[in-house]
Design a protein around this ligand. Structure first.
Ligand code: SF4
Ligand code: SF4
Length: 457
């Protein structure tokens, strides 16, 4: 185990996280903005740059999520996300205090074959093929947000706990994967204490806390992927054995336990989507953007078919070939499929950094719209905070490309180091590991060059 600094040594932070008010208070704040975004989508101006739904969801929230929360705080968005709130509060028949008894639902059992993130992979792709439409039309954004919340409520009526978050939410799927890189983790301090503590209060719940709503046993946690940082186990543990730690970036990418094909595909899909979004929205090909924007239905269908083929066949196919070469030159005895899964985790830092670089393109350019939209969320001419007339001002226009290049190079080095360390888990010598890493690094270098070509023009 590498370096750890326990943040919950701070009595102040621990008291805050253990308070029953902490999570619902933040969820109620985000729920307020969520409702405003939906209302703005349905009733506000159709001009995206003046509509709260578009600016606050796809620029402010997105930037906060991908640039700050995921890399530094893992799944912390899921601590404050409003989407599962109403469903969870319905199950608990309350918002703040622990209500007596087991949370209510019809207690259907989630199908075993869906206990993975394939639904989240396909859900993300389903949203992604409509993304140009969603990002530019406030009404479509509003339907998407409302639909997600209704689905969350419906599932919480039939199933216990956060089935929606764990197995369905398309946002939760990639947050979970990318939180493997994050510099924060929730873990138990001493695994042995958990083994010997027979009542398992963190699973069952106590008078003051609920059992883990994410269906996780904290005593077994080795990766961030499925811990929604709800802090219930911190509240429950009578042994004071749960901690929030700072740790080196990317720690979980080296944990072999739990690696799986659905997560590997998630890494590939996210990387391919970052490339495709960059090409469609920032590239010089206006016709692709028109097709993506549903200029005509047949054109959009052709775009969607191409989009899915690149995500599900072309990029995974190229990476499979890369892995096969890496296996041969590194003299690794594992089946190609096993190595394909393991090496896919080396794509995670590159994918996350690719998304951050992509986000810089529009966050710096269009972020200033947020100031005026805050005063006039519906585009109706209100001036709530006196900032409606603040003009659109692109930030650091001369620096964005340089920042993107620097970030991508960091991503290339970070991912290559992870690839080497994964290779080292399967080879007898350093030299074999270096040989095996080379094809993966070449793949990553190719991805970096495509990103740079798109950002530098
Ligand atoms: S998994 Fe999705 S719905 Fe659940 S908390 Fe995370 S982002 Fe929100
Ligand atoms: S492990 Fe703890 S913090 Fe994580 S989801 Fe379960 S109860 Fe919440």
């Amino acid at each position: 185990m590498g370096y750890r600094f326990e943040l919950t040594r701070s009595k102040w932070l621990k008291a805050l996280l253990k308070s029953r008010v902490f999570q619902p208070a933040l969820m109620l704040v985000t729920l307020f903005f969520f409702v405003v975004a939906i209302l703005a989508g349905f009733f506000g101006t159709p001009a995206g740059s003046h509509n709260f739904g578009i600016i606050f969801v796809w620029i402010v929230w997105w930037a906060l999520l991908i640039i700050v929360l995921v890399p530094f705080f893992g799944r912390m968005w899921c601590t404050i996300c409003p989407i599962p709130g109403p469903g969870e509060w319905l199950q608990r028949r309350g918002i703040i205090q622990r209500t007596p008894g087991r949370p209510r639902s019809l207690r259907w059992r989630w199908p075993r074959r869906l206990r993975n993130i394939w639904l989240q992979n396909f859900g993300f792709l389903a949203v992604a093929i409509f993304s140009t439409v969603i990002l530019t039309r406030p009404g479509v954004t509003a339907w998407l947000l409302l639909g997600m919340m209704l689905l969350g409520v419906t599932l919480s009526i039939f199933y216990e706990n956060r089935v929606f978050c764990r197995y369905v939410c398309p946002v939760g799927g990639f947050i979970g994967l990318y939180s493997l890189t994050s510099s924060t983790e929730l873990r138990v301090k001493d695994v042995q204490v958990c083994r010997e503590h027979t009542t398992k209060d963190c699973v069952i719940g106590t008078e003051h806390s609920y059992g883990c709503p994410w269906m996780v046993f904290p005593g077994n946690l080795e990766r961030n992927t499925y811990c929604g940082l709800c802090t219930e186990c911190l509240k429950a543990c009578p042994k004071d054995n749960v901690a929030l730690n700072l740790r080196p970036f990317g720690t979980d990418l080296l944990v072999a336990k739990g690696r799986s094909l659905d997560e590997a595909y998630k890494a590939l899909i996210m990387l391919a989507c970052a490339l495709l979004y960059s090409g469609v929205l920032l590239g010089p090909w206006g016709w692709v953007k028109d097709w993506a924007n549903m200029a005509t239905l047949p054109q959009w269908a052709a775009y969607a078919a191409g989009f899915l083929a690149i995500n599900l066949l072309v990029v995974p196919g190229l990476f499979w070939l890369t892995t096969a070469v890496a296996r041969r030159v590194g003299q690794i005895q594992l089946p190609v499929k096993r190595l394909f899964i393991d090496y896919a985790y080396s794509l995670v830092p590159m994918g996350l950094i690719g998304w951050i670089a992509f986000s810089f393109s529009f966050v710096f350019v269009n972020g200033s719209y947020a100031v005026s939209v805050l005063s006039d969320p519906f585009g109706w001419g209100w001036d709530l905070l006196g900032t409606r007339s603040v003009p659109w001002t692109p930030l650091l226009p001369g620096l964005v490309a340089a920042l993107q290049v620097a970030l991508l190079l960091v991503g290339l080095v970070f991912s290559s180091i992870i690839a080497y360390r994964i290779a080292r888990q399967h080879t007898r010598t350093d030299v074999q590991a270096w040989h095996s890493t080379l094809p993966v690094s070449a793949f990553l270098a190719g991805v970096t060059l495509v990103f740079m070509r798109l950002y530098l023009g």
